[in-house]
Design a protein around this ligand. Structure first.
Ligand code: R2B
Ligand code: URA
Length: 320
């Protein structure tokens, strides 16, 4: 799978730099990151995104954490939460949207943490990731760890559980992502970083208030028919067929279902970025299709991946 696919970009294993392996980019005088409203001529990307100091007394941290998630508001709240968690100057104040000139995506920075929204579905996250990876390359960022924090439908697990993905699989439970390139279908591997998943699971043991587990995550192209829901505008299958499919998914190791993980794993993997997917389950799909929990309950569920990632980042930075 991955070995046959062309490597477009990769993080250099010695320098830790993100290297863009697209020969065309070198020939371009300027790179406009259109959907982020950033560019190599209009912005000083190394100054905006380079190494940072947490405080005047601490060393420069030569690594960055990039966190991505679907909703712009949630990713702003996450940046504010990280500002407080890391004791950064300006904690409690509003954070500025680095992509304010574009209403496609929102991006916030809290010290060594970049928090970016990616919208819903594979096409939306793919566009964002191409531009984000080029941004990390232009800014000369090193040793980047990238984590998707999101929501999902659980499979045979309690609502509110947090799933750390070991492998992202497609609707046939295969660890692959198919990208159409010109008129070819290129198959890419969706393997994620196993050590990172274990490190995250170890962090979860310090947070006893919700269950956290490692499992496969199924990624679909649709929320309704694509996830076997009976409550869309169209439905051509019975409740029995739906449950038979979801039980097969469970038996194949799938513990949650969402809409971005295969593309995220494939792109980040080819780029050599260490990547993880951490999603809370909003419901158990073996019990129903509609998300009926109150706003308060859903809001608290969505904090859970954020709390786990905050614990992980604090630990990595030596701030216990
Ligand atoms: C999880 O939640 C969204 C759909 O409600 C989608 O972006 C996903 O992956
Ligand atoms: N997101 C999904 O993609 N599916 C769900 O069931 C819930 C959230």
């Amino acid at each position: 799978l991955g070995a046959q696919a062309p490597t477009l970009v990769e993080q250099d294993s010695r320098s830790g730099l993100v290297l863009v392996k697209n020969p065309h980019l070198d020939l371009m005088e300027e790179d406009v990151l259109y959907h982020l409203d950033l560019g190599t001529k209009t912005h000083n990307l190394p100054a905006m995104f380079g190494d940072i100091k947490l405080s005047p007394d601490t060393a420069i941290f030569d690594f960055q954490f990039v966190c991505v998630g679907g909703s712009p508001n949630r990713m702003r709240a996450f940046a504010q939460f990280m500002q407080r968690e890391l004791g950064l100057a300006g904690a409690g104040e509003d954070v500025a949207d680095i992509c304010a000139g574009s209403d496609r995506y929102a991006m916030y920075r809290a010290g060594p943490v970049l928090s970016i929204s990616h919208g819903m579905g594979i096409p939306s996250i793919s566009i964002m990731l191409h531009e984000l990876i080029k941004l990390l390359h232009h800014a000369k960022c090193r040793d980047v760890t990238i984590i998707r924090i999101g929501t999902s439908g659980g499979l045979g697990i309690e609502a509110g559980s947090v799933v750390i993905t070991d492998t992202a699989v497609d609707s046939s439970f295969q660890p692959r992502f198919e990208q159409v390139v010109l008129d070819d279908v290129v198959v890419r591997s969706t393997e994620l970083d196993k050590d990172l998943a274990e490190e995250l699971l170890a962090c979860s043991r310090d947070i006893p208030d919700f269950p956290t587990l490692i499992g496969h995550t199924m990624c679909t192209y649709d929320f309704y028919e694509g996830q076997g829901r009976l409550d869309g505008a169209l439905c051509s299958f019975s409740n029995e067929k739906k449950l038979e499919y979801l039980r097969r998914a469970y038996d194949a190791g799938v513990r949650n279902i969402e809409m971005e993980s295969t593309a995220f794993a494939a792109l980040c993997g080819l780029c050599g970025l260490k990547a993880a997917v951490v999603c809370v389950a909003l419901l158990d799909r073996l019990e129903g299709d509609q998300i009926r929990a109150s706003h308060e309950v859903l809001w608290e569920y969505q904090q859970r991946p954020q709390r786990l990632i905050a614990a992980f980042i604090r630990k990595r930075l030596g701030l216990f």
